[in-house]
Design a protein around this ligand. Structure first.
Ligand code: 4AD
Ligand code: MG
Length: 461
């Protein structure tokens, strides 16, 4: 007998075909002589209605146990549904209770807050919202791979454990097997030579540096993996563990970089609208009204490109009052980023040529000696979702920049060597996967677009 997913059953004709359905009960409705179940198997946001008539053996005792949350297998025939709200329904012939769900099951009929659901991260995928997030997350990952694979980019697996700090921001988790209650010391400092790797090891904040090595051989590469930041930022946009997509392209300058980033974002947004219609309708209706219209507008428009200097001028000219005062040289805060995308330009904005002091050491310096060839992409509601740049490809300049940041060039010897042998202009960017998920689904909090979020002082699951 066929055992189709509910997603597929909902498109089948109600012609009496015998099928088997497996899933979890969402609701039960009893009326005279008949019981209706709504069953969900995760393949779709939509449920299948199961009809149980009282002539089924053990009707009374069985129906009593068929509670919200229980898992069941149902054998039955698919028929056209006379009721409204569904096209087909399954007339049960045989029901097997696989796992009961007693009355203390947390997800009863009422709608729960997202905050409450965060406390039961192991059960929340059984709700409409988190089922939809999981499906869109999967589709978005696929769309990202598809975009790059179709264009000849090579997927590179960069390491998770690293010895170098890519962003130079020092917000890294350490990895060690040293006994923390008895750390070996030498001259008062931790003796990392006794540690697993014989030196200090960290969780990566970005795969970029290793990605550059591969781009300087394979020309177009991308990474897509977990990254870690020990930032003490308790915001709705920061995680300690998040996923990043980092393309890197040789023979490509900052302008080519921006063109790819813009085309890429439009491609993945369109992919989700075309391939996740039911889930996107749900987000549009229940989570973020206007979402689909906004995404469509973005797919059709081009992004605004301005320099950091122009951005600061526009913000100062607006006379808006900000919590963080602004002047040339300071980093843009999310309130500034949102004001630019929402109020001034009403679309995504790419900001280029930031002051060198507020950006990483690897970015190519402009002729003015003050700004670097950075490019950040900001979107309404969230601010920054992409950070990228053209890289410094000159050996001497890069070495000076590393020292200028108080870093030791010896630690970056292999990264510097890429500039000694066949160096080439190259560029890339990093897209925050969860911020993209927030943007696509309209979910407000980044903790709700990753299955088990890791944030400051929070590691329950
Ligand atoms: O701007 P960032 O720090 O850039 C880099 O890491 C570069 N190495 C990328 C590159 O050029 N290859 O981070 C890139 C993006 C940000 O724009 C943001 O979307 C996301 O990563 N991001 C975070 N997302 C969630 N939680 C955090 N703590 C994040 N920090 C950065
Ligand atoms: Mg950034």
């Amino acid at each position: 007998m066929l055992k189709p997913d509910i997603r597929d059953i909902l498109t089948m004709p109600g012609d009496g075909t015998e099928i088997i359905v497996e899933g979890w009960i969402r609701t039960k409705r009893e009326s005279k002589g008949v019981t209706f179940l709504e069953v969900n198997d995760g393949s779709s946001i939509r449920n299948l209605q199961i009809v149980i008539e009282e002539n089924l053996s053990d009707y009374g005792s069985m129906v009593r146990d068929l509670n919200t949350g229980a898992s069941i297998t149902v054998e039955g025939i698919l028929t056209d549904s006379p009721g409204t709200g569904q096209v087909v329904e399954l007339k049960a012939r045989k029901i097997d209770m696989r796992g009961a769900a007693p009355a203390d099951y947390a997800l009863q009929k009422k709608r729960h807050t997202l905050e409450f659901l965060r406390e039961i991260a192991h059960l929340r995928p059984r709700t409409n919202s988190f089922g939809a997030v999981a499906r869109v997350r999967s589709a978005l990952s696929f769309a990202i791979h598809r975009y790059f694979q179709e264009r000849g980019f090579i997927y590179v697996h960069t390491p998770i454990i690293t010895g170098s700090d890519c962003e130079g921001a020092g917000e890294m988790f350490q990895v060690t097997t040293l006994p923390l209650d008895q750390v070996p010391l030498q001259n008062g400092r931790v003796d990392f030579s006794q540690d697993f790797f014989g030196k200090r090891a960290l969780l990566t904040v970005s795969g970029q540096l290793e990605g550059e090595a591969y781009a300087c051989a394979l020309k177009k590469i991308y990474t897509f993996g977990p990254t870690f930041r020990a930032e003490n930022s308790n915001t709705s946009r920061h995680l300690a563990e998040f996923w990043m997509i980092e393309p890197e392209m040789a023979f490509c300058d900052i302008h080519g970089n921006m063109d790819v980033a813009e085309e890429f974002l439009r491609y993945i947004f369109r992919y989700i609208l075309e391939n996740c219609p039911n889930d996107m309708d749900f987000f549009n209706e229940k989570i973020s009204p206007g979402l689909i219209e906004n995404l469509n507008a973005i797919i059709q428009s081009s992004f605004q490109r301005i320099s950091y200097t122009e951005a600061v001028e526009q913000l100062l000219k607006s006379k808006a009052s900000f919590e963080f005062p602004l002047s040339w040289g300071v980093d843009l805060q999310s309130e500034h980023e949102k004001f630019l995308t929402e109020k001034i330009y009403a679309r995504p904005v790419i900001i280029t040529d930031y002051p060198k002091e507020i950006k990483a050491f690897y970015m190519k310096m402009n002729e003015d000696d003050k700004t670097v060839r950075a490019m950040d992409i900001l979107v309404p509601r969230l601010g920054e979702i992409v950070g990228g740049s053209e890289r410094e490809s000159d050996y001497e300049k890069l070495k000076q920049r590393i020292s200028g940041y108080g870093l030791n060039p010896d630690d970056y010897w292999w990264y510097l060597e890429l500039r000694r042998f066949g160096t080439v202009p190259h560029s890339g960017f990093g897209l925050g996967f969860e911020r993209t998920m927030q943007f696509v689904t309209g979910m407000q909090n980044i903790r709700d677009v990753i299955p088990f979020p890791r944030t400051v002082k929070s590691l329950e699951f």
